[in-house]
Design a protein around this ligand. Structure first.
Ligand code: 5GP
Ligand code: ZN
Length: 116
């Protein structure tokens, strides 16, 4: 299922180019267009889910899969021992700008908490 006009659905469909780093039957991962860290990857489910707020009970395995893939990518990129940051911006006050759920994987620099 895709949503018309959704940039990430278009990337998944190959209609918009992206720098893909991983894909499987449930998700794809590609480099963020405007990286906020030396490594900034977006892990995106193939299914269009507008935000974490829209995830249902049926999406529990998919949500776990996204986190598992993020951890795997961090290990492959070599910064898992040093540490990294996962972010899921949710709805307007959460800073979400693309309404197709995605996990940001940021690595390669020191992060502070709380974030802005
Ligand atoms: P959000 O603000 O919704 O949490 O994150 C959306 C992210 O998507 C932003 O970090 C933004 O830089 C990235 N982004 C927006 N448009 C594109 C695009 O066309 N290609 C890629 N690779 N990233 C994009
Ligand atoms: Zn979408």
């Amino acid at each position: 299922m895709s949503s018309q006009g959704c940039i990430f659905c278009k990337i998944i469909a190959g209609e918009i180019p992206s720098s893909k780093v991983y894909e499987d039957d449930m998700c794809i991962a590609f480099n963020d267009l405007h990286p906020q860290a030396p490594t900034h990857i977006l892990i995106v489910p193939r299914e269009h889910i507008a935000s974490l707020d829209e995830a249902t009970d049926d999406h529990r395995p998919l949500l776990g899969h996204l986190l598992f893939c993020a951890a795997k990518l961090a290990r492959e990129k070599g910064f898992s021992e040093n540490g990294y940051r996962l972010v899921i911006n949710t709805n307007d006050a959460g800073g979400q700008t693309i309404f197709h759920i995605h996990v940001h994987l940021l690595g390669g620099r020191q992060f502070i908490f709380p974030p802005g």
